[in-house]
Design a protein around this ligand. Structure first.
Ligand code: SF4
Ligand code: SF4
Length: 403
């Protein structure tokens, strides 16, 4: 279980309110209100823990204005884990001010793969009938409902076999953690992950009984549900006897790495594993000619400190790789944040879109499905034709393993 507010007491008591975290918080940059600052949220959590303020929907609303991007936690000179404090405060609020809708979505549906698949199927049918557009037009649905775009007809788990052998000699047996967003929104990225790993000598196993990584539950305050998911998933991988657990989703990888339930299992981020295999076995790579830039997902750069490996991969695979300004700035997605705070999310995204345009790139590569979804949404809204893909999809093309 992640630490509760009481367990984090020593951490939030160390906040000296220096305000250094304000300058890096993308939400504060837009909202310009002290309650939206990281230190404001730390203070709110402190008051909540000591009982000096009542747990109510206003406090919940204030603490929902956080992307959990970790920019503040990285910047804080006292190394205060603001994102953990916000997460713990949300967990306390979820108990004291329960939301039946959130419980239904994050506890009852999202924790059960069959129910989640059913919900995705219903969404697909709603989209096919055009009811989503009508709902958005009549403002019966929140504007963030448009973010995922049209759901693909078939999720990845119905297309990719449970076991894909290595092409040629088997160098590694890996368990692929197929996250919910990649599965339901980007099956082509999942297919590329499997094809590329296989072509580099990995036997890829996708356990059919896998569940969500637990991040949506953690972020919405359902800490016990997140823990139960981590336990179930870690047991699945232990039984499989794989040499590494790998995921192409930055958020899933960060969550698995930080789950105590995964202690003793080797969780590897995809770009690091791919770079290692390419450097070791030097496969032939055809280079992409179009200009390509890279967006750092917060859960990769800030949560895992991984910035070099994806860039190295892109330099190997692209003739014209160019850095954009603010590559590590949050895109404003933050999972459900964009759903609850659509306008703030879009204001944060606008800066990123301007930097993408300025780079002149025709393709943006990144390693997080929710970032892909957010960037595509923003670029389309700006009438910009720049494509957004997962880094592994470019690698698939350069290795001749297009899916
Ligand atoms: S930077 Fe750290 S110590 Fe300073 S106000 Fe923010 S959370 Fe508190
Ligand atoms: S995690 Fe990100 S959005 Fe949340 S308070 Fe910190 S900087 Fe702001």
């Amino acid at each position: 279980m992640p630490e509760d507010l009481e367990g984090l007491k020593e951490q939030y008591l160390r906040c000296v309110r220096c305000g250094q975290c304000r300058s890096v918080c993308p939400v504060f940059e837009v909202v310009k209100n002290e309650t939206a600052t990281p230190r404001g949220k730390v203070f709110l959590a402190h008051l909540l823990a000591t009982g000096e303020i009542e747990a109510n929907s206003q406090v919940q609303a204030q603490l929902s204005r956080c992307l959990l991007c970790r920019s503040c936690s990285k910047e804080c000179p006292s190394a205060i884990p603001v994102h953990q404090i916000v997460t713990a405060a949300r967990a306390e609020l979820a108990v004291k001010v329960p939301s039946p809708v959130k419980r239904l979505v994050f506890r009852k549906i999202w924790t059960r793969p069959r129910r989640l698949a059913l919900a995705a199927g219903v969404t697909r049918n709603i989209q096919a009938l055009g009811l989503d557009k009508l709902g958005l037009y009549l403002r019966l649905l929140p504007p963030g409902f448009a973010l995922p775009g049209r759901l693909p007809r078939r999720p990845a788990h119905t297309i990719i076999p449970a076991i894909t052998p290595a092409t040629g000699e088997t160098r590694l047996r890996v368990g692929y953690f197929l996250g919910c967003s990649t599965n339901f929104l980007f099956p082509a990225a999942a297919a590329s992950t499997v094809a590329v790993l296989s072509s580099l000598g990995c036997e890829v196993v996708i356990p059919p009984e896998l569940k969500c990584c637990g991040l949506p539950q953690l972020a919405s305050g359902e800490a016990a549900a997140a823990s139960a998911l981590a336990s179930a998933n870690s047991e699945v991988f232990r039984r499989l006897n794989v040499q590494a657990v790998v995921s192409d989703c930055a958020s899933c990888t960060a969550t698995l790495k930080e789950s105590p339930e995964f202690d003793g299992l080797k969780v590897t981020e995809l770009s690091e594993l791919l770079l290692e295999l390419i450097q070791k076995y030097s496969p032939g790579l055809k280079q992409i000619q179009k200009p390509v830039t890279y967006h750092d997902p917060c859960h990769l750069a800030k949560a895992q400190g991984i910035t070099a490996a994806p860039r190295e991969l892109l330099r190997l695979t692209c003739m014209d790789f160019r850095e954009m300004d603010g590559a590590a700035d949050c895109c404003g997605s933050g999972g459900a944040f964009a759903l609850y705070h659509y306008r703030t999310s879009m204001s944060i995204l606008n800066k990123k879109i301007a930097n993408i345009k300025k780079s002149g790139a025709e393709i943006v590569a990144t390693s997080c499905p929710t970032c892909i979804m957010q960037l595509r949404h923003g670029l389309a809204a700006h009438g910009c034709k720049t494509d957004v893909v997962h880094t592994v999809e470019l690698l698939g093309k350069t290795l001749g393993r297009e899916t």
